[in-house]
Design a protein around this ligand. Structure first.
Ligand SMILES: [Ca+2]
Length: 171
């Protein structure tokens, strides 16, 4: 099918480009974006600008790392965003999740993203199981797993993590 680009602004051009595919059905181009230029990866399905950090850090240090780059630990508030992040991170096992921005540090059992919005509408497994065995060291920090869920971990445990920069999203 022939596609025409009739728009006269950047948004229309981007939408037009997004319709192009090659013979295999794959996207035929890679849109250069501020996200890519900053060393992040643009999730083209959601527009989310993500970076996987393979150096393991505790939650506090991971959070600081993302903030030092002008971002936050990733907010994955939909299944689509969780799947997109899994594809970008190339998570291949559920052994260790990737730290994201979900925590109940402020109030046990009340899970929020770093911007304060509640964690809801996605598959989570927050059982604080560690607290039963190790009082004083509860599981308050969320990690993304290949099984498309976010589970709770103890915050001092060092893990790889995912930052995001919403300021670099293309549209
Ligand atoms: Ca907890």
């Amino acid at each position: 099918m022939v596609q025409y680009c009739s728009g006269d602004n950047d948004t229309d051009v981007v939408r037009f480009l997004d319709t192009l595919t090659d013979r295999t059905g794959a996207k035929a181009y890679r849109l250069a974006s501020k996200c890519d230029s900053a060393g992040y990866t643009l999730n083209r399905m959601t527009g989310q600008c993500l970076k996987v950090v393979l150096t393991t850090k505790s939650y506090v240090d991971a959070k600081q790392y993302c903030e030092d780059e002008g971002g936050v630990l990733a907010k994955l508030e939909s299944t689509e965003r969780m799947i997109g992040a899994i594809n970008i991170t190339l998570i291949y096992s559920d052994k260790n999740g990737y730290l994201v921005g979900a925590t109940d540090i402020a109030s046990e059992g009340v899970w929020t993203w770093q911007d304060g919005t509640p964690v809801e509408g996605i598959d989570v497994l927050f059982n604080n199981y560690d607290a039963k065995y190790e009082p004083g060291r509860p599981a308050d920090c969320g990690s993304l797993y290949k099984s498309v869920r976010i589970g709770d971990n103890r915050c001092f445990e060092k893990r790889q993590f995912i930052c995001e920069r919403r300021d670099l999203e293309p549209l």
